[in-house]
Unconditional design. Structure first.
Length: 74
């Protein structure tokens, strides 16, 4: 059981170190625009909590932001 825990710990550390490097290319791909991603559960046990309503909440938040700061802010 000790090996399994050590392996998981090593994987988490490696992903933590590689995470910022992966984000560097994403900035160039968006051409200076902000990109929002929603990770949620559409059909599993948490679908009632977040699901498609979470996506709608993000869309509503973007609409409110555009109304407040203008279309060029997004």
């Amino acid at each position: 059981m000790q090996r399994g825990g050590a392996l998981i710990c090593a994987i988490v550390i490696v992903l933590g170190l590689l995470g910022p490097a992966a984000g560097q290319g994403a900035v160039r791909l968006t051409h200076g625009k902000v990109v929002l991603a929603v990770i949620n559960d559409q059909s599993g046990v948490y679908a009632d909590i977040g699901g498609k309503h979470g996506v709608e909440a993000v869309k509503m938040a973007v609409e409110d932001f555009v109304k407040k700061y203008g279309p060029n802010a997004v």
